[in-house]
Design a protein around this ligand. Structure first.
Ligand code: SAM
Ligand code: SF4
Length: 405
């Protein structure tokens, strides 16, 4: 295979991970840790994040940041002044335009909601609220600490605090959830009129409490009906499905996640954060992740030891690495964008692509390539066709997203 050649580098985002939560949810496999400190080591962690970023700077000199995402864990546990000093530090170190999208994940809860106005003033301009359900029975089954009233109040308070770009995270296929209950949950979310809804099917992730003690979930057919009912309801209310689980009203897509899905670059700072950077000089694409445990990360943030691991994407793995992200988008991607963001020509995989088109899994529209509706139902099988020989044995497990919104 030929080597990479970047004529221009892809857009660059910044991901910031805050790893603490009030309580670990039984379904969650994110790098989140129950807060056992009375007081979070906020200032120490902000210093660690900025030291981490500073050490990444030589790899990104002269590049503009196009979006920032503060995910978790529960970033809204941090005080507004800690978020303010974090963002001030980021602005001092990097080139980010003042209008850049800055998302923060927030959990419903009185303690968090009181801080929304100050978060907005600190520069957060997009809030992603982890509602999950508006039904108390479902929230209880999910081990959430908030109730339905708090979830609705969180949204109202976010609006009152001046947020005009809000996402609601909802899940379906929950323990003891009926089709009617899923419909009611989604209707409540739609009636609040957020700009964006992320609608995920609950999955039982390995190494979670739900994996070892699985709750009774709705039958497969019911979960499928919840999905199709959801797609239809959201579409009827003006939410365009632009990714497997992401729906936006009036084009308010998440710029940050779109950059991931289009194989943009990103620096990841914080415990367990992942990054991906294209190197113009060497033609390499490097994936790097940071030490996962907050204590170890804090201990090593000021040195090379903060890096948990690193992996260079090989030429053979490129198509799979790119498509795992881009084929999740309903509009797919353009062929020139593939070349621009991978430094390689797509025609090297033309035989596999032609076969997938013949099988009705992919389709072309002008210079775009996208997954068909049928292809979305078989996304994993479609992607498997791009696994290079024996690659399963050397391809590391890389999360598609650090944060699902
Ligand atoms: C980083 S997580 C959590 C953000 C925030 N701390 C919260 O709990 O609301 C982002 C989203 O991923 C989704 N999610 C987490 N675990 C999931 C699972 N096992 N299956 C499906 N969606 C999941 C939830 O909707 C969650 O809001
Ligand atoms: S789902 Fe959210 S609140 Fe629950 S443990 Fe995971 S990150 Fe924390």
């Amino acid at each position: 295979m030929s080597v990479r050649n970047f004529t221009d580098l892809p857009p660059l985002s910044l991901y910031i991970h805050i790893p603490w939560c009030l309580k670990k949810c039984p379904y969650c496999d994110f790098n989140s840790h129950e807060n056992r400190h009375d007081v979070l080591p906020e200032q120490q962690y902000v210093d660690a994040l900025l030291a981490d970023l500073q050490q990444e700077l030589p790899e990104i000199w002269g590049r503009q940041i196009v979006s920032i995402f503060i995910g978790g864990g529960t970033p809204s546990l941090f005080s507004a002044s800690a978020i303010d000093s974090l963002l001030s530090g980021v602005r001092a170190l990097t080139a980010a335009s003042p209008t850049v999208e800055i998302t923060m994940e927030a959990n419903p809860g009185t303690f968090e909601q009181k801080k929304f106005r100050d978060f907005r003033e600190a520069g957060i301009n997009r809030l992603s609220i982890g509602v999950q359900s508006f039904n108390d029975q479902c929230l209880n089954a999910l081990g959430r600490v908030h109730d339905s009233g708090e979830a609705e109040r969180a949204f109202v308070m976010a609006r009152e605090a001046g947020f005009d770009n809000i996402n609601i995270d909802l899940m379906y296929g929950l323990p003891e959830q009926s089709l009617t209950m899923a419909h009611a949950d989604l209707s409540t979310a739609i009636n609040l009129q957020p700009e964006h809804i992320s609608y995920y099917q609950l999955t039982l992730e390995p190494n979670t409490l739900f994996a070892s003690q699985p709750p009774a979930l709705p039958h497969d057919d019911i979960r499928w009906d919840m999905h199709t009912q959801g797609v239809q309801l959201l579409s009827e209310h003006g939410f365009k499905r632009y990714e497997v689980s992401a729906y936006a009203r009036d084009n308010n897509t998440c710029q940050h996640n779109q950059n991931y899905w289009l194989y943009g670059d990103y620096v990841g700072i914080g415990a367990g954060a992942h990054g991906k950077l294209s190197m113009a000089a060497t033609g390499e694409i490097v994936r790097r992740w940071k030490r996962k445990h907050p204590t170890q990360y804090l201990e090593h943030a000021h040195s090379e030891q903060r890096i948990g691991g690193q992996h260079t994407v090989t030429a053979e793995d490129t198509a799979l690495d790119f498509l795992m992200n881009a084929l999740r988008l309903t509009d797919g991607f353009t062929i020139p964008l593939f070349q621009l963001h991978t430094g390689m020509a797509l025609h090297q995989w033309q035989t596999v692509i032609n076969k997938a088109i013949d099988d009705g899994l992919l389709e072309t529209k002008g210079v775009s390539l996208s997954t068909t509706e049928h292809g979305f139902d078989y996304l994993n099988e479609l992607l498997e066709r791009f696994i290079p020989d024996e690659a399963e044995h050397r391809y590391p497990v890389i999360p598609l997203l650090q944060s699902k919104d």
